[in-house]
Design a protein around this ligand. Structure first.
Ligand code: SF4
Ligand code: SF4
Length: 259
């Protein structure tokens, strides 16, 4: 099982939403405006890095150094990537100003989804299914507003659709890392396979050089049309990177090895 977490913090009450509805609105008139952007323990997913580094016109390497921290948590051989908070009083997010979020159109998935928590579960037959929860933090006054949402309506309103495919693919890989099938092989987060997997997931500009400047293309079959897209499009590149992880670590997925 894997759960992409909205980790504003882990002490929140979490309520299963299913096909139900919830009341919520967040705007600059609520008394708690930007409270949730302080001291947040927020996981970033690979596609978050694509969106944020593009917004900031940075390379993935520059973004990772400037705006993230890593720690080993629920994946024993693979680091989680978290958004770095500033050292200013109250530890606000570095992207927070008096007017709100300066990267709002490309804010991370967890910021976008909150208070909804979409959880992706992997079944034994390899299929994935989605379950929806609603987070309740005492400080969040958005639940007292009158707007009523289904999960689907909220996700459409927060423009989350573009995240579905990369996040689902990442969830399949994260589930494998959580299951820790590497523990018996003396592989830890510092070992070359895990460093390569980290590069393909989170440091896509370096991965692009790896694809075009190493023996990658002599070892894997990438159709020319996909290759043309990968040259220019970071999402295409990320999807290739995630397929590559599935192939070289787990011998699965659509990426073919050359005979
Ligand atoms: S990225 Fe934006 S929405 Fe998310 S915590 Fe930072 S300021 Fe808040
Ligand atoms: S209503 Fe909730 S989500 Fe909106 S600013 Fe307040 S704490 Fe954050």
């Amino acid at each position: 099982m894997t759960t992409p977490k909205n980790t504003m913090d882990r002490t929140a009450n979490r309520e299963l939403l299913g096909n139900g509805t919830f009341k919520f609105a967040c705007h600059d008139g609520v008394s708690c405006f930007t409270r949730c952007c302080h001291n947040a323990d927020m996981y970033l997913y690979p596609y978050d890095i694509v969106r944020m580094k593009q917004n900031l016109n940075m390379t993935s390497e520059e973004f990772l150094v400037a705006h993230t921290t890593t720690a080993i948590r629920d994946m024993p051989t693979f680091p989680n990537v978290m958004l770095k908070m500033s050292d200013r009083q109250g530890n606000p997010c570095t992207f927070l100003t008096e007017k709100g979020c300066t990267i709002y159109s490309d804010r991370p998935y967890s910021c976008r989804a909150y208070p909804l928590e979409p959880a992706i579960y992997g079944d034994a037959d390899g299929s994935m299914r989605m379950q929806y929860y609603v987070m309740h933090h005492d400080y969040c006054k958005g639940h007292g507003e009158d707007q009523v949402w289904t999960a689907k309506a909220w996700m459409a309103d927060q423009e989350m659709e573009a995240y579905n495919e990369p996040n689902s693919c990442w969830a399949r890989i994260a589930a494998r890392f959580q299951a820790n099938s590497f523990s018996s092989q003396n592989i830890d987060f510092n070992s070359p396979p895990m460093k390569m997997a980290f590069m393909a997931s989170y440091n896509m500009d370096t991965f692009r050089r790896f694809v075009f400047e190493s023996s990658f293309l002599s070892r894997y079959v990438v159709p020319q049309q996909q290759l043309d897209a990968v040259k220019q499009d970071d999402l295409e590149l990320l999807m290739l990177g995630l397929s590559w992880i599935e192939r070289f670590l787990f011998s699965e997925g659509p990426l073919e090895e050359r005979a």
